[in-house]
Design a protein around this ligand. Structure first.
Ligand SMILES: [Zn+2]
Ligand SMILES: [Zn+2]
Length: 395
């Protein structure tokens, strides 16, 4: 079935990849604090004979193999989450309140495996392979920038022709590949609104402007955006996550605060959501009150270049059989790999790694992975990289 040496190579490396993953899992570090992880990564890469740069994008690591064109990047993220692990496994987190609950430990371990395999490859095609070990995918620093943005600012992606990455999925069958063309994750923007009324005695609403009444109209308008304002075939979400107003039963308060999140795929819909949220809030003004609105713009959507996605799909089928690739719809979650795919055409695939029949969603204290999937992910990243090099050489 396979025409790739990496299936066997990854099988031989499997124990090492799992050992790396368990080590990272036991010692999780939050975004931009990945000092230990980055140190282990840098040492492992140096031992392989690679040229290594540390402190890229604050706590990131970049290693290069080979030189010239094309330049192919492979990215793994390294950060953990502020979650107290509930699993009782031997490799459980040893840091109370910190946990690799999104699988970034496995991404880092698999990319180390890829680096080892490509370094040892006897007749590696010409070109440069750049390994990105990225900090802080899950959150942002005080300036609102995540790890991918910081690495790009440090010039790590200069001259890059293509970039690829994977993300594990704890709820998809182990070893299966999910890869779609075009948008695969959402742009994530949050909004913070204050509806301003005029507080008064609850028995005399006519003497004030009731912001709770205004909020009720605004919520209606916000919930109407997806249904009435967005093209029905375009992905979009408007979710109100919190509403706070008032302190007791017989006082009409001065204001009500509403926060929420906006998710979209294409830029046009994204900008429409920003405008429509503003319009929905302006209902408060029409009814005699006022509002303040701040939209905090987060990462854009990941756009999978159809040619790169097709290469990954083909490669996965050749390596692991026709059934290896399964369909998965766009996720309305966010992924800051989007900044990288905006620098160079690329694609991310999902690697199924469902462990057992326990529900283990991402960002959950019970999250865990089927480690037998890692060899599949590592082999596919390595083979795709080699094919991208060959494609670049043929041009
Ligand atoms: Zn996550
Ligand atoms: Zn993640």
């Amino acid at each position: 079935m396979t025409s790739s040496p990496f299936v066997q190579d990854a099988l031989e490396l499997e124990d090492q990849i799992i050992a790396w993953r368990r080590d990272f899992h036991m010692h999780p570090e939050l975004g931009f604090q990945e000092y230990r992880t980055a140190g282990i990564v840098a040492n492992a890469l140096r031992e392989m004979g690679l040229e290594v740069m540390t402190g890229v994008g604050k706590t990131g690591v970049v290693a290069t193999l080979g030189e010239g064109k094309p330049v192919i990047g492979i990215r793994a993220d390294m950060d953990a989450l502020p979650i107290l692990e509930a699993n009782e496994v031997e490799y459980a987190s040893q840091e109370p309140g910190k946990m690799h609950a999104c699988g970034h430990d496995s991404h880092t371990a698999m990319l180390l495996g890829v680096a080892r395999m490509l370094t040892q490859m006897p007749d590696r095609p010409a070109g440069e392979i750049r390994f990105f070990f990225q900090p802080c995918e899950e959150t942002e620093d005080e300036e609102g920038k995540s790890g991918a943005t910081r690495m790009i600012e440090d010039g790590a992606l200069e001259g890059l022709d293509h970039v690829i990455a994977l993300h594990v999925s704890s709820d998809e069958p182990s070893g299966k590949i999910m890869i779609n063309d075009e948008y695969i994750s959402a742009a994530v923007d949050n909004f913070y609104a204050t509806i301003i009324g005029k507080g008064t005695h609850a028995a005399h609403p006519d003497l004030g402007i009731d912001p709770i009444y205004l909020a009720a109209q605004v919520i209606n308008a916000l919930n109407g955006i997806r249904a009435r304002r967005v093209n029905p075939i375009k992905p979009a979400v408007v979710t109100i996550g919190s509403i706070h107003g008032g302190s007791t039963e017989n006082v009409i308060p001065d204001e009500v605060k509403i926060t929420g999140t906006l998710r979209s795929a294409d830029d046009e819909t994204r900008e429409l959501l920003w405008r429509e949220v503003e319009s929905a809030l302006s209902v408060a003004r029409a009814l005699g009150g006022d509002y303040m609105l701040r939209i905090q713009k987060g990462c854009p959507s990941v756009y999978n270049d159809p040619e790169v996605a097709e290469l990954i799909r083909e490669t996965a089928r050749e390596m692991f059989g026709e059934d290896a690739v399964i369909h998965r719809d766009i996720s309305m979650g966010g992924e800051d790999f989007s900044y990288m795919t905006r620098k160079a055409p690329g694609a991310m695939f999902n690697l199924g790694a469902k462990l057992d029949n326990v529900n283990r969603p991402h960002h959950n204290p019970k999250f865990d992975l089927n480690e037998s999937a890692f060899k599949v992910g590592a082999a596919l990243l390595a083979e795709t990289t080699v094919r991208l090099l060959k494609q670049g050489n043929a041009k």
